[in-house]
Design a binder for this molecule. Sequence first.
Ligand SMILES: C[S@@+](CC[C@H](N)C(=O)[O-])C[C@H]1O[C@@H](n2cnc3c(N)ncnc32)[C@H](O)[C@@H]1O
Length: 185
Amino acid sequence: MANCSTDVCSYKRAWALDTWVRNYIHNPYKICGDYIKEGQIALDLGCGPGFFSLSMAEMVGEKGRVVSVDIQEEMLQMLRDKSERAGLRSRIIPHKSQPDKIGISEMVDFALAFYMVHEVPDKKSFLSEVASHLKPDGRLLIVEPKFHVSKPDFDSTLRVALSTGLKQICEPKVLFSRAVLLVKV
Ligand SMILES: C[S@@+](CC[C@H](N)C(=O)[O-])C[C@H]1O[C@@H](n2cnc3c(N)ncnc32)[C@H](O)[C@@H]1O
């Protein structure tokens, strides 16, 4: 994996997020497949070059949409190019956010925050905004890298997420990661 610590993972290291071998380590269907249905709106927070967004676009089908959010325009351009080549561009809504404001208008059924929450400066404000964009019974899956995020730090993020009113469902197993699935009640 790229050298992405608590600093923002630069678009110059995007290649490391998007290798074929990652499909075996972080298979998007195994990680998100149970939570995304056809026709739904999914949110990929800190989407990077779109490793998850493209598979999520397949999962939501022709009538669904994936809102893919990142603070780096270069990441979003890679996502646009890749989704165009894959014939999935029309299902994806790229959105350039600010570090302290996501700024989307959609209400979503499922949100993924994969290896990105540790890069967010104000987790309370960020997770509150995510929670406010989840539909009732909408799910948020937070996955953080074990090699950058300690258990106490992950537990601290979880406490912040719970303080936004989300409820914990389970802690899914994701290789090399700490993960939690939350629901909006
Ligand atoms: C380590 S990369 C992970 C990319 C992708 N989720 C994946 O797993 O392939 C983290 C991404 O989060 C983005 N990011 C960092 N802080 C962010 C914020 N506050 N809001 C949205 N995206 C952010 C970075 O620009 C980077 O593309």
